[in-house]
Ligand binder design. Structure first.
Ligand code: DGJ
Length: 547
């Protein structure tokens, strides 16, 4: 039997297919063809992650796809009309993709009845604007709270018990021991994935799913409900112990301290094995297992890459519970890996100043870097260059892209990154690409890459709000480099131990158009002191060395 919701769904699906086809014909231009692929070759497989050297690439339509994205404000996707200018903003900032929420409360306002009008409309809107999507599943957890649970979940505390920060007092967060909520959330998510497969399995506008948002518990580091107390008094599950033992050579630095602090015990109670971090590890294990069930149910329908994002520890020594305890913060990565094999990677939401340090933390233990949320201020463009150049980031997205100005530096940065994305993908994980980023008060940076050392001097203007120096460098061949970036002065030097000198053969400005280098000025004479100014640009440099 076809109910009215499914019937409406089918009609929308047909419209989607028609509009999508028309849109892809009318809006494609040469630039978009390379970077916003609208049709997928047959047998390309569904979007998936694939290792390349030390990197992991997102493969869409059979080819590496770097998400030059923006995450939209939380409520924007709740109304399709509201989304119209938001899509346009994404396009005007040269995004090729967007992170867009899907809300459990609006998808399943009535238990067991899915309403896919928004989901369908969002996919249709993205297609019309030649954008790919990463959906964010706002359900049991959103910034630790359960505000996106439907009313029928929120109001039934007996069936869907809450986390108790203090024994006996319920809160606005569903407990990770709420098995019914876990089942209901997983069922809703599976229905979403089924729908995406049905309407998008061919076209593949949706390339990625974030399962929940900044999960974890606040303000206490773990649940203190009676069932939680009972569980906490039990030994650490064997499954967790065995997985940690298997990961022992691959532990992230801070977790090594936690587990090592208690002598790497292989069995015992939570406090015996994890000492003072017991509450957080307990929460991480249970939050991650809960989310794993949801991701697993979704993947059984349509196995897109799935990730979980973290509200980060805000300062050294901050206690769990001040940030959502049990969430995928870097020090809990090994626990998450043990508990949530269906989650492909853990992603930091980076609003803190130490962008470099956080990207290093989140590339430990083989975790691929994906940044679904970052600051949208003047640092955004610089951070995009660095994340992609240094760590081969799968995605970069300033948060709240709907409220970024059209002349934000991200616009030119994404345009340039998009034009060289084929080279970036080619050099992923090969040791021939590096990122450049000016830290606070930093004057210069040295990079050893290929046969030479590159000294980068930063030329950021001292004006408040000026973008930091940043970029990326690719060793195209032993004596040829491509430098992309802004506010930097690169100088090529011999490696200190080479005993050779270096000079340049040529320095060219230029652009890549449809994957081909189009040279601009040949720089020599007064202009041979290389410099990339406030607007992102490219330099192609050929060198020779001599005794
Ligand atoms: C982090 C959350 O993940 C986002 O959804 C949003 O609430 C931002 N914080 C707001 O700054």
């Amino acid at each position: 039997m076809i109910d009215s919701v499914s019937l409406r769904g089918w009609v929308i699906t047909l419209l989607l297919l028609c509009c999508g086809a028309l849109a892809s014909i009318s809006t494609a231009n040469a630039q978009q063809k390379t970077n916003h692929e609208s049709a997928n070759p047959p047998n390309a497989g569904i979007p998936h992650l694939q290792k390349k050297g030390t990197a992991t690439q997102l493969i869409v339509g059979g080819r590496p796809f770097i998400m030059l994205a923006g995450e939209i404000h939380n409520s924007s996707a709740s109304n399709l009309e509201y989304m119209e200018p938001v899509w346009k903003k994404l396009v005007s900032l040269n995004c090729n993709s967007a992170f867009v929420p899907l809300y459990w409360e609006l998808i399943e306002p009535e238990e067991g009845k899915s309403d896919f009008r928004l989901l369908d409309g969002l996919i249709e809107g993205a297609r019309r604007h030649n954008l790919r999507l990463g959906f964010l599943w706002f359900a049991t957890w959103k910034n630790s709270w359960s505000t996106y649970a439907p009313a029928w979940v929120k109001t039934d505390l007996k069936r869907f018990p809450r986390y108790q920060a203090t024994a006996g007092r319920s809160s606005g967060i569903i407990s990770y021991f709420s098995y019914e909520a876990n089942r209901a959330d997983a069922r809703a998510f599976a229905a979403v994935m089924q729908r995406i497969r049905e309407i998008d399995g061919q076209r593949q506008t949706v390339v990625m799913m974030q399962v929940q948002n900044e999960a974890g518990m606040r303000p206490a580091a773990r649940d203190h409900s009676p069932v939680a107390e009972e569980q906490f008094s039990q030994p650490v599950p064997k499954e967790l112990m065995q997985s940690l033992a298997a990961q022992k050579e691959n532990l992230v630095a801070e977790f090594k301290e936690i587990w090592g602090g208690a002598g790497f015990r292989q069995a015992g109670t939570w406090p015996e094995v994890f000492g003072a971090a017991a509450d957080e590890v307990f929460s991480a294990w249970h939050v991650a297992r809960y989310i794993n069930k949801i991701a697993e149910a979704g993947k059984a329908e349509y196995a897109l890459p799935m990730f979980a994002n973290a509200w980060l520890v805000q300062r050294k020594g901050q206690q769990p519970g001040a940030y959502p305890s049990g969430g995928p913060v870097a020090k809990m990565m090994n626990v998450w890996r043990a508990a949530a094999p269906a989650i492909d990677l853990l992603a930091p939401d980076i609003y803190l100043d130490d962008f470099k340090g956080i990207t290093e933390e989140y590339t430990q233990a083989g975790n691929p870097l994906l940044i679904p949320e970052a600051r949208r201020d003047e640092t955004a463009a610089a951070n995009a260059f660095y994340a992609i150049g240094q760590h081969g980031a799968i995605a970069f997205a300033p948060f709240g892209i709907d409220s970024m100005p059209d002349d934000h530096p991200i616009r030119e940065t994404y345009k340039l990154l998009s034009s060289i994305s084929h080279l970036v993908a080619q050099h992923h994980g090969a040791g021939s690409m590096a990122g450049i980023l000016q830290g606070k008060d930093q004057q210069s940076q040295e990079i050893d890459i290929g046969a030479y050392r590159i000294k980068i001097e930063f030329s950021r203007s001292s004006e408040k709000g000026a973008a930091p120096g940043a970029g990326l460098v690719i060793a195209l061949s032993p004596d040829e480099y491509l430098v992309a970036g802004m506010n930097i002065k690169p100088q090529f030097q011999p490696r200190p131990d080479s005993g050779r000198g270096v000079d340049f053969l040529s320095i060219d400005e230029g652009v890549f158009q449809d994957g081909k280098w189009v040279a601009g000025r040949r720089l020599n004479g007064d202009e041979r002191i290389m410099q990339l100014g406030g607007k992102p640009g490219l330099l192609r440099v050929k060198l020779y060395s001599h005794p």
